[in-house]
Design a protein around this ligand. Structure first.
Ligand code: AHR
Length: 501
């Protein structure tokens, strides 16, 4: 049985774990917005101004800190003026990226920002660089924030007199690909041009996120940090965050494996591919550390998660997939990476909220039942880390490997909350062996307040509309506390959270 002996320095709180690391992403893609979050005011599904109440409640429960919208690739094909004014008058466009379906723009700026208010989270709007203009983006910012002038009047006429504060703005998405097929050098110039007009409003500073790299493209990060970060004459930084996109794709892009079933090799392939995130964050962080040693700029992993073959019988353009406890462990492993790099990683977004890729929820077509996925449970177990201070975790943890790629067999993070409670989150990435974990908490006599476990007797089990709680958390039994030492055994393929008063 793998054994991990970990020391947690409870008396050495480190950097704050930004709550925005636990963000989500909702694109106009498949059934994420329409027939997902949005059912419309006239739907028999209980809703508040068109947004599904049960989904809003589920997201509030995991304390969603921010929601990215409207894309994704959709963002660089989206013109925000299409989504304001009377709904019946809004244009109907083809969603060219995702299935060629008609986008009727029922959800636009007002609706989305209402959702964020219902969720109590910050909106993160993705601006259009690929097919948009600096003027269009400038006016979107003004439409949201102005207290006077034509755009403020137009916003009021459309039902919202008070300005919003939209702090988080993406300036382009994947501009190396669907966002315009640009080179890093070209994008860095474009970025400066767009950012010049993406202005702060008084008392409304913006957090601009420049489009970052595709996976391991460190050249992109180098160039955008060098050429896009400040103007040619120097001056203040022109962005506050630089993004990174990386998906865990077992198999290849052309031949993706299914979400379930899988064997042990399939399990390990996901762990090994997921752990690549650690090397990517380290690599991009190294470039940023060199060019921005004060870490003023955040690394923003605003798209991550598993990407499998679509569920049989569903539209291939909709990216609907199921989930198992394998995805829960992947989520825990990835969040542990972000927490371990929280000096630089200060914002991240799992793709995508509902019915698309590694969603936290799935809904039946036509506004039917809702099921929470294993990943939703992980975000619940990790919620206590939001805004807490990271505690150092050191020690011996065994290592696993798949096709020459190593990854930790046991991964752990710990934090100290504002209420003085310590949260330790652990995952066992081995599909076959339980893991024996001992923790030595220095500087604190721990009193166990709660221990929760997410595991599944069959690793390939999915939560379905008929068995919604097949994979759910339960108490973790058998945790022993003796002085400063804690011991527990995790079953194969599991995530756990231990809370100490
Ligand atoms: O999340 C699905 C797609 O993946 C996004 O639209 C795009 O940014 C990425 O390639």
């Amino acid at each position: 049985m793998p054994r991990a002996h970990l020391a947690i320095a409870a008396d050495q709180p480190g950097p704050v774990i930004d709550r925005h690391i636990f963000g989500h992403f909702a694109e106009h893609l498949g059934r994420c917005i329409y027939d997902g979050l949005w059912v419309g005011e006239d739907s028999p599904v209980p809703n508040t101004r068109g947004w599904r109440n049960d989904l809003v409640a589920a997201l509030r429960q995991i304390r969603v800190p921010n929601l990215r919208w409207p894309g994704g690739c959709f963002a660089d094909d989206y013109h925000w003026r299409d989504g304001i004014g009377p709904r019946a008058m809004r244009p109907r466009r083809i969603n060219a990226h995702w299935g060629g379906v008609v986008e009727d723009n029922a959800v636009g700026t007002h609706e989305f920002l209402d959702l964020c208010e219902q969720l109590g989270c910050e909106p993160y709007l993705a601006g259009n660089v690929g097919s948009g203009s600096p003027r269009e983006l400038r006016e979107w910012v003004e439409y949201c924030h102005a207290t006077t002038g034509t755009l403020a009047d137009e916003r009021a006429a459309n039902g919202r007199r008070a300005p919003w504060h939209v702090r988080l703005w993406g300036v382009g998405n994947e501009n190396w690909g669907c966002g315009g097929n640009m080179t890093a050098e070209y994008y860095a110039n474009e970025y400066r041009r767009f950012a010049t007009y993406t202005r702060d409003f008084p008392d409304r500073p913006l957090f601009r996120v420049a489009c970052g790299a595709n996976g391991g493209d460190f050249h992109w990060t180098e160039v955008v940090m060098r050429d896009g970060y400040r103007g040619p004459l120097g001056g203040a930084p022109m962005f506050q965050g630089l993004s990174l996109h990386y998906y865990t794709v077992p198999g290849s892009w052309e031949n993706k494996q299914p979400a379930s079933p899988f064997g042990h090799a399939g399990w390990k392939a996901v762990m090994a591919a997921g752990w690549k995130m650690d090397a990517l964050v380290r690599g991009h962080r190294a470039v940023m550390d060199r060019l921005d040693p004060a870490a003023a700029t955040a690394l923003v992993v605003d798209e991550w998660g598993s990407w499998y073959a679509v569920e049989p019988g569903t539209n291939p353009g909709f990216l609907y997939q199921q989930q198992t406890v394998r995805d829960a462990v992947l989520a825990a492993l990835t969040l542990n990476i972000f927490i371990n790099h929280c000096e630089r990683v200060r914002l991240a977004n799992l793709a995508q909220t509902v019915n698309v890729l590694q969603a936290i929820a799935l809904t039946e077509e036509g506004g039917g039942r809702l099921v929470l996925t294993p990943t939703w449970h992980v975000f619940g177990l990790y919620a206590a880390h939001q805004g807490a201070k990271r505690l150092p975790v050191q020690g011996d943890a065994p290592v696993s490997a798949h096709e020459g790629l190593e990854y930790p067999a046991v991964s752990a993070t710990a934090s100290l909350g504002g209420d003085g409670a310590i949260t330790v989150t652990l995952c066992n990435t081995d599909p076959a062996e339980p893991a024996a974990v001992t923790l030595a908490l220095t500087g604190r006599a721990p009193k166990l307040a709660e221990a929760r476990l997410l595991a599944s007797a069959e690793l390939t089990t999915c939560n379905t509309f008929d068995r919604p709680d097949a994979v759910a958390t339960r108490p973790l039994d058998g945790v022993r506390v003796a002085g400063q030492n804690v011991s527990a055994t995790l079953p194969p393929g599991a995530v756990a959270s231990l809370r100490f008063a």
